[in-house]
Design a protein around this ligand. Structure first.
Ligand SMILES: [Zn+2]
Length: 112
């Protein structure tokens, strides 16, 4: 009886060899997207919320589509508060909405 041939040395096509893309869920619409296609929001140690354009800030993070609807929905429906486990004051909510919209404008200006 012949030993079973082990197919060890099959070369994978280079197209399939790409790295796995990290994925995250938008807190507003629950769509799963590539991490780089989402905007990160982070809770700072001071309990404030910041837009994290670099995605590298420390703290509890939440991800959102770079869309105005998702930003508004996440803020108004308290989904962002739930995910980040904190409460927004009216002032910080307003600031976040403003900052968010500026960032979104910037992002949409860059791509396409
Ligand atoms: Zn979304």
């Amino acid at each position: 009886m012949k030993p079973k041939e082990m197919k060890k040395n099959i070369k994978r096509p280079p197209t399939a060899a790409g790295r796995r893309v990290p994925q995250r869920t938008c807190v507003a619409c629950r769509e799963v997207k590539a991490k780089r296609d989402l905007v990160r929001l982070v809770r700072t140690p001071q309990g404030d919320i910041e837009m994290d354009a670099t995605g590298k800030k420390e703290g509890r993070g939440a991800y959102l589509c770079p869309r105005r609807e998702c930003l508004e929905k996440a803020l108004k429906s308290k989904q962002l508060e739930n995910v980040l486990k904190c409460r927004f004051t009216a002032a910080s909510q307003e600031r976040l909405m403003k900052n968010g919209q500026e960032l979104l404008k910037e992002l949409s200006g860059k791509s396409q």
